[in-house]
Design a binder for this molecule. Structure first.
Ligand code: MG
Length: 299
């Protein structure tokens, strides 16, 4: 059949209308910030980075410097619940996320390693919940821990998360899947991959985080990586790239594209330091916080 100019224009009109309708539907479905809240920069720090002989000494310094969160390790946390509760009384600092510290391996070809991880994580989740933590950070498997292979790993991880999700929710906290760089894990290296796993599990207690250091190695665009993770993102790790020292240490580093995304999605959780400190911590820690506040303002 020969198409006349008139029929072509008519069909183009239909096509144009369809595209426009599609565009408006897509626009309605992709809301970057459904809560409408303004993104916030709330500083947390891993406990081991802060100088001080006791938890109270560390918290005194953190308060003075303007931290509002502390990130403890998960190992032995169930024995430290009272210590944290007492030390945090009357302070403007809360427990942010819990950094791993579990035994076993969630994605392992050995069932006993997976079972060990499940039991160990449940114990940490209970302590995390008592401390009002935003979640337990975990990695499915480090490079040396598993030879499971991509297809089996996906099934293992989904099974694992389906099983632990209700326990995390009942404890009053979450699981936070952390993508790492290729030198540390072969499995789950980009934020969009972690977000897809969260979407497939589809449980409010199965969420994720992003670490600027790993993102600097694995992500094409840090801005779009955070956007892709926005529904599930509940923690961020901070370190300079490529040195993994205090932010501001590497001359050509730039946190602004990632920070711009956190602003646009209305990010409300903590940005927590996981980095080495070159120089005197008392000098360098306030400096790195000031540097990142400036980067946030410019983002
Ligand atoms: Mg990290």
């Amino acid at each position: 059949m020969t198409q006349t100019r008139r029929t072509f224009l008519a069909s183009s009109t239909w096509l144009g209308a369809g595209l426009l309708a599609g565009a408006s539907t897509a626009k309605a479905a992709v809301s970057l910030n459904p809560s409408g809240k303004e993104g916030v920069l709330k500083f947390s720090c891993q406990e081991g980075i802060i100088p001080g002989k006791t938890l109270a000494e560390k918290l005194d310094k953190m308060e003075e410097w303007g931290f509002v969160g502390i990130e403890p390790g998960g190992g032995g946390l169930h024995k430290r619940v009272n210590e944290f509760q007492e030390a945090l009384k009357g302070r403007n600092i809360q427990v942010s996320a819990i950094c791993a510290g579990f035994r076993g391996v969630p994605v392992s070809e050995f069932a006993d390693r997976r079972k060990e991880a499940m039991e160990s994580m449940k114990q940490i989740l209970d302590a995390a919940g008592q401390l009002g933590s935003t979640g337990l950070i975990f990695v499915p498997a480090f490079n040396s821990q598993s030879q499971a292979g991509l297809v089996a790993a996906r099934f293992m991880l989904l099974d694992f998360l389906h099983e632990i999700a209700d326990h995390a929710q009942k404890a009053g906290t979450r699981m936070l899947l952390e993508p790492l760089n290729r030198h540390e894990t072969w499995y789950v290296r980009q934020l969009s991959d972690a977000a897809k796993i969260c979407q497939e599990v589809n449980h409010p207690a199965i969420c994720m985080m992003g670490d600027f250091y790993h993102m600097g190695i694995e992500e094409v665009c840090e801005y779009s990586a955070f956007l892709s993770a926005r529904q599930y993102l509940h923690h961020v790790h901070l370190a300079s790239r490529p040195s993994r020292k205090q932010p501001g240490y590497d001359a050509n580093d730039d946190f602004r594209p990632g920070f711009r995304a956190l602003k646009e999605i209305g990010y409300q959780d903590y940005c927590s330091f996981e980095c080495g400190i070159e120089g005197k911590p008392e000098v360098e820690i306030p400096k790195m916080m000031a540097y990142l506040k400036q980067q946030w303002a410019e983002a």
